[in-house]
Ligand binder design. Structure first.
Ligand SMILES: [Zn+2]
Length: 155
């Protein structure tokens, strides 16, 4: 039986060890630093990695591992931002909508000053109103009550 670790090349193992070292030396969590450093050292000992690299290219590889870590962090943040935007868009969609205008009516912005046919007070130009063809306009705020009364009359 082939264990996953058997398939690893020395380069893969060295890369993994460098990523662990990079994390161990950059994390702000002492516990994480200790744990990752320990795993890195075990890998280094188990695979005899110090024999494979000269100090020069070890530095180089460490820098590469750090850059890779930064890219991963950036990608993680990007995904997080995308998720935030998606959630915000969903919240906007779920906002309660105006009730559908009944037949022969439409939600409009008043084109001129007039009077609400329900409460009899002023409607000013630009105000959102329910317009009923041939009848007039009703304040947006008056509509729920007007609708309830119309329903009651129907019964
Ligand atoms: Zn009104």
């Amino acid at each position: 039986m082939v264990r996953p670790s058997d398939a690893r090349t020395p380069v893969d193992v060295r890369r993994k060890a460098l990523q662990l070292i990079s994390l161990a030396t950059s994390t702000t969590w002492p516990e994480e630093a200790r744990t990752t450093a320990l795993i890195a050292v075990r890998l280094i000992v188990e695979h005899n990695l110090l024999e494979l690299s000269t100090p020069g290219n070890l530095e180089e590889l460490l820098a590469k591992a750090r850059a890779e870590g930064a890219r991963e962090e950036q990608s993680r943040r990007f995904k997080q931002d995308a998720a935030d935007r998606e959630r915000a868009a969903r919240a906007r969609e779920q906002k309660p909508r105006m009730p559908r205008a009944p037949d022969g009516c439409a939600w409009i912005h008043a084109r001129f000053d007039s009077v609400c046919i329900f409460c009899g007070t002023r409607v000013t130009t630009g105000e959102k109103v329910l317009w009923e063809k041939g009848a007039g306009v009703i304040h947006e705020a008056c509509w729920p009550e007007a609708y309830a009364q119309a329903k009651a009359r129907e019964q």
